[in-house]
Design a binder for this molecule. Structure first.
Ligand SMILES: [Zn+2]
Length: 218
């Protein structure tokens, strides 16, 4: 009986679904099942590490070592001692995937979020959601806001003193908007997100007509 290839086990541990033949083999082969379980443990640890977002890319010589271990003559007769090397390969792949994801999309790291619900004077179908990203941008999505002859404005308010607030910007016609949170705004203090209906009256202060509100949580 041929065992599953080590590199195939690595892929199965990371994400791939086993094929029918592979499933049959795994059902009947305790050795491969054991190896796959061990590799999945490592992959699970790696996946958790990804959340830390501070994973360094492995140096080139680590890749070379992994490749030679996997592609080497040990492939046909897989000794038990190869499993640590395969586990290292899985951990390295997961780490690299995490690092790549981090460098490609750093802005997608959400540091706070809120669900916006309508105030009593607003139709119940109105609502929205807010995500504050690590780069200081706020992504806000709204739905079913009442029509306005003015415009909709987004605020951060101190829930302990509702007169203290920061204007973030206006919502356009699109259902979603990205607004920069001004540097230095403490979102632990200004944790109440407010969407208001503002008239075109030249007055930059809050109109007092809040439509949606939600509290930021990390
Ligand atoms: Zn096997």
């Amino acid at each position: 009986m041929h065992h599953l290839d080590p590199d195939r086990l690595v892929l199965l541990a990371l994400s791939d679904e086993p094929g029918l033949d592979e499933s049959d083999h795994l059902d009947g082969c305790a050795a491969c099942r054991h190896d796959l379980a061990a590799l999945r443990d490592v992959a699970g640890i790696g996946a958790e590490l990804q959340d830390l977002r501070d994973l360094p890319a492995p140096p080139e010589h680590v890749w070379s070592a992994i490749e030679s271990e996997i592609a080497g003559p040990a492939r046909r007769r897989r000794p038990r001692r190869l499993v640590p090397a395969m586990a290292a390969a899985v951990a390295a792949v997961v780490a690299v995937a995490g690092a790549v994801a981090f460098f490609r999309a750093p802005a997608e790291q959400v540091v706070a979020r809120a669900t916006l619900t309508p105030l009593a004077t607003v139709p119940a179908g109105a609502g929205g959601s807010v995500r504050v990203l690590a780069d200081g941008q706020m992504r806000i999505e709204v739905r079913n806001l009442p029509l306005t002859t003015g415009f909709h404005e987004v605020w951060l308010i101190d829930p302990d003193d509702l007169t203290r607030m920061v204007a973030l910007g206006n919502l356009g016609d699109r259902p979603d908007e990205v607004l920069p949170v001004p540097a230095g705004v403490d979102m632990n203090r200004y944790s109440l997100v407010d969407v208001s209906d503002e008239p075109h009256d030249g007055d930059a202060t809050h109109s007092g007509r809040s439509l949606l509100r939600g509290t930021l949580t990390s």
